[in-house]
Write a protein that binds this ligand. Sequence first.
Ligand code: ARG
Length: 730
Amino acid sequence: MFHLNVRHLLLQQRISSLTDIAFNPEMGWTSCIILFLYVSVCEPWPLPDTEPLMHGVVQSPQYPQPYPPNLQEQWDLSVPEGYQIRLTFTHLDIEASAGCYYDALTVLYDTKILGKFCGHENSADGNHPGNQPILSPGNRLTLMFQSDDNNPERHQNVGFSAQYQAIDMDECSAPEPEDGSGPLCSQICLNTLGSYLCSCHHGYELRPDQRSCVLSCGGGIFDETEGHLFSPGYPNPPHHAVSCQYIISVESGFTVVLNFTDNFHIESMDTEQGPNCLHHWLQVTTSDREPMKLCGGKSPGRIDTNSNTVRLDYHTDDEGLSKGWSLDYSTYRVKCPLPGNVAKGRVTPILTEYFYRDYIYVRCDQGYKLMMDGQEVEGFTTMCQSNGQWHLLLPECHIIDCGEPEPLLNGGLTFLSGFQNQYRSVVQYHCNAPFYSLLGGINVVFTCEADRKWRSNIDIVVSPTCIPVCGQPTKLISVYQRIIGGSDAPDDTIPWQVLLNIDGGRAGGMVIGDSWVMTAAHNVMKGGNQVSKETVRMYMGITDVKTQLVSPVYAASIHIHPEYNNPNNVDYNNDIALIKLQDPITFNSSIMPICLPAEGATYVTGVMGLVSGFGVKETDNRRILTNKMNYVQLPVVEQETCSKSITSLKKTRDNVPSLSNNMFCAGVPEGGQDSCQGDSGGPYALRDDGRFWAAGIVSWGVDCGKQGAYGVYTRVTNYMEWINKTMQEN
Ligand code: ARG
C-alpha cells in the first residue's frame, strides 16, 4: 500500500508541475492532454476573467508620473489556491507622514493589515517597506492606495510600483489549525506545488478522508508461490475493530501451506464448552473443507490446507485484546497417491511421493503386453493431475500369446509346457503315425517367444512337414499264395493296391504318393490314344470289388511315358503311366503308398515279390474274374531265362511281344502261379528292410500261369528319373 501511495504521489507531482504551465499568464489557461514521459499537447483555452494569475505588476495611477490627489484605489490580488502571494516593491515614493496618515499604501490580507506604507527609501519619516517582500498567509492580497488633496510637494511623489508572484505554500509545515481538527495529515505530509498529499507508514493505509491512516489489512490476493502475511499492526494490537480478508490463490495443482510464527495471539473466550473464538478470530477457509476458526495464545504452527485457494478472515471487535498473528505461506505441488504395482510389469520411476505433473511409465515384463480396458496399448504413461488424481488408471500386464501354431497336415501338436499358446509355451509337432512321419525325422519343438512368434529349436526348420510312410502295411500277409494259384488278400495287407475302372474295363494300379497312382501305360491307351481322364475311376482301400460303393477317386491328369508306342500290342516297352489325382488322399491303414525304388535297388533272381490284383483267377480249373483282391508271391526270373522262354514261345505263336531291358520276368517255370488279365498296372512288390517297394508293374504275358512262360513286368527302377520329374512338374 505504501508503494501505491508513492506512485500516486508521483503522479500528483507530475500534474502539479504541469500546473505551472497551466497558469502561465502568457499562455493563458490551457487544457493539456498528458502523454507519457511528460510529453504534453497544450491547446489555448479562452481566458476566464476571474482566473487568478501567477504573477503581475501593481502600480499607482499615472506611475511613474506623480499620483493625483484625492485617490481611493484598491487592488484585489489573487493566485491559485495552495499558493501564497509574495509582493515585492520595486519603488515606493509616497508623501511621508507620521503613521502614514495622509497618503498611504495599505496591504491587507482580508481584514488583517500586513503593512501601511509611505515615504521613500531615504526619508527619515514615514514607513518604507524597504527591500523586504511581503508574504500573504493565503492566496489573496488587497492593496489600498489613498491620497489627500493637500500636498505641497506632490509633484515629487511618484507613487509605487510592485510585482507580485504566486509562491507555493508549504501546507505541511503550517502549524496545526487552532480549531482542534488535528494535523493536516495524521502521519506523513508531502508538500506539492499548490497543494499537499497525505501518506501513511508501512502497515497503514489512507482513509477515504485522504488525511488519516488506519492499520492496513494487507488485503488483496496473494498469488506468488510464497509470501508473508500478518495482522494489522502486528505485533501490536490494533486500536479498533478490524475486519480483514486475505486471499492466497495460486495455480491449481499446488497446495498452500500456512506456517504461523510462534508469536500468535488472538483473544479467546472461556466458555462452558471450553475456549471459544467468540469475538476475535482468524478463520481459514478452503474450498472443500469446513472453515476453521483460530484463536488463543498458541501458534497453530503449520497448516496444510490441501487447497490452492485459501481465504483468511481476521476479525476483532473494539473490545478485548489480540496482538495478532504473522505467517509465512509456501506452496507445494499437489500429491497423488502412490500408483501401486502392476503384476508382471514395472512402474517407473519409483519415488517415495508423486506430485502434480509427475509422470509414471508402465512397462510389462518380457512376454507380457499392456492392456487398458480390454485393449492392448503400445505404451503407457499417466500424469499426476492438479486434482491429485492420476489421469489414467494403471494398466494390466497380460501374458502374450502366439496364436494358434501352424496346423500340420496329417499331423498334430502337443503342448510340452504351457497352454493356450501363451508366452513360453512349448509345442511339439508329430505326424499321424504310422501313416505319416516328420520330414527329416527330427522332433520339432516350437516355443512361443516374446515377439509373439513360434520359433523352432532348429534354426533351419521353416515349417514341419508330414510325409507319408510307404511300403509298411499295418498288417502283413503271413502266408503267401497266388493270383493264378493265389489267395484272397486280407484287409490292409496290400493298402497301395488300386482297382482301376477304365471305361468299364478292369485294371490295376498302385498308390505311390498322396496324389499319384502308377499303372501300366497300356491301361490308359485305347486305339493309339490316351483315354480321357473322365473315364478313369480309381478305388482304393478295398479288398472286395463289391465295396465299390466307396466313392471313386478321379484323375486330374494322365501321364503316359513318352516312349510308349504299342499300336499293335506287340511292343510293351515303357509300359508305365502316372495318374495325378484330383484330390490328395489321406492315408490310413487301408490306403497307404508303396515305396518307390531306392537308388541302386536291384532285382535279384529268385527273390520273392508280391503281385496283387483284382484280375482273372483260376478256381477248379476255371478262370473267373474275381471280386476279391488276390495276391501271389513270385520270384524274380533271370532275364536270360525269360528271354529264352519268350524266344521259344515266338516260334509257336504269332504276335508275341519282345522282351526289353525295361522289363523283367517273375514266375515259376512249372506255371500255375501268375498275374493275369485285369491285373495289368498292378504292383509287383519287393521287400527290403521291411518296406515294400514298387519293383514292377503288371504288364503282359503269354497266357497266364502257363508252364515255361513268365509274367512280364515293367522294370520300374529304369524310370525313376521320369517318375520324379513327372511328379515334380505336375
Ligand atoms: N496285359 C494283361 C492285362 O491287361 C496282363 C497280363 C498279365 N499276364 C501274365 N501272364 N502275367 O490285364
